[in-house]
Design a protein around this ligand. Structure first.
Ligand code: PLP
Length: 380
């Protein structure tokens, strides 16, 4: 067994072999700039990018022309939220609705907009991480411009009722933006009813530093305004020379996900349940998050142990996350678990396990055994 066992696929995933193979020629042989229109090197690179755009679009049921390539989901999220705020800048007041358990890329962007006068409602969640749709409905104001709710939570895997949210947004003529980073490539994701959607390469066995914003074509609501100005790349939404090898890798990763997503989710659910059941059989141990979750994720609270010590020990053999980094001296409790009503001590003593394509049954059994030993030892 190779240690540490990697159970942190919601943080990032290794590039799959097919992806590495697909990327290699684009670093050397096919090095052209996709914006060079006057020679074959440029045409070749543009071809690679457009094939990838098609593959990415296919994964989410979009059209290639609706995909704007970015440096990752954080940039896509900034483009969506700030871009919509700018698009409505002539309005006297602007109101946004989001949720306390969103990723920091969303929450910090809204905090920045609040300084510029945006009004933001942060919906609460229940103890299982779910929003209340009646509360969402009640939060809609005449000047609400956007609802922004993630597809699946990165810490707990909890899935939001995206269909019902999108119908509500549509009925009120409000833009619906979803951060689908953790859902895309893991469960079926379709852009039907959605105006804006962010995704990224490195969570689906593709490379880091590449992502996309889906922008619905042919819709009367305003489109986000450009945040990065320059040569007018990506239909003017996002300038900058395209990272062709990474884009090709992202496209290949999307294609591979379409082929493997379904059977992999089934396999991982069995392994995740095995891990979860073993850990939950320890006394004073609880699941964080409800049952409507991504099938490769479990987040478990280990009562009666000190969070910092727990992480330090666990990380010797198993690579996992809590709301904080393993090496942090005084880890901060997770804002997601806090919003679910979990106190900060228990939040610090909670661990997210996220399985992936290469996770084996033996790894899960070893990880569970190590966790059991660590928890027993820490509890004396
Ligand atoms: N949104 C969610 C839910 C995430 O999990 C992450 C990555 O951790 C991001 C956004 C940011 O993605 P990127 O690393 O591509 O900027």
């Amino acid at each position: 067994m190779n240690y540490p066992i990697y159970l942190d696929h919601n943080a990032t995933t290794p590039c799959s072999p097919e992806v590495i193979q697909a990327m290699l020629p684009w670093f050397g042989e096919h090095f052209g700039n996709a914006a060079s229109k006057s020679h074959a090197f440029g045409w070749m690179a543009e071809n690679g990018v457009e094939t990838a755009r098609e593959q990415i679009a296919n994964l989410i049921g979009a059209q290639a022309k609706e995909i704007i390539l970015t440096s990752g989901a954080t940039e896509a999220i900034n483009l969506a939220i700030k871009g919509v705020f700018n698009a409505y800048s002539k309005e006297e007041k602007q109101h946004f609705i989001t949720c306390l358990t969103e990723h920091k890329a969303v929450l910090d962007t809204f905090h920045a907009l609040e300084l510029e006068g945006a009004e933001v409602t942060y919906l609460p969640v229940d103890s299982e991480g779910n929003i209340d749709l009646e509360q969402l409905k009640a939060a809609i104001l005449p000047h609400t411009t956007m609802i922004c709710l993630m597809w699946a939570n990165n810490e707990t895997g909890v899935i939001h009722p995206i269909d019902r949210i999108s119908r509500l947004a549509e009925a009120h003529n409000i833009i619906f933006f979803t951060d689908a980073v953790q859902a895309v490539g893991k469960i079926p994701v379709s852009v039907s009813g959605i105006h804006l959607l962010a995704l990224t390469g490195h969570k689906l066995f593709g490379p880091k530093g590449v992502g996309a914003l889906y922008i619905r074509h042919n819709h009367p609501l305003p489109k986000p305004q450009t945040q990065i100005h320059g040569g007018g790349h990506e239909k003017g939404f996002r300038s900058g020379t395209l990272n062709v090898p990474a884009i090709v890798g992202f496209g290949k990763a999307a294609e591979v996900r379409i082929a493997h997503m379904k059977e992999e989710a089934k396999r991982l659910e069995v392994l995740r349940d095995l891990l979860e059941n073993k850990l939950l059989s320890l006394p004073d141990t609880n699941l964080n998050g409800g049952q409507n979750r991504l099938s490769h994720v479990t987040n478990i609270a280990f009562g009666g142990v000190e969070g910092e010590e727990l992480l330090r020990k666990v990380c010797q053999k198993v690579a996992v996350s809590s709301g904080s980094a393993c090496t942090s001296i005084s880890p901060k409790p997770s804002h997601v678990l806090g919003a679910m009503g979990i106190n900060s001590d228990l939040g610090r003593a909670s661990i997210r396990f996220s399985l992936g394509r290469n996770t084996t049954r033996q790894e899960v059994l070893d990880a569970a055994e190590w966790l059991e030993n660590v928890v027993r030892e820490l509890r004396g």
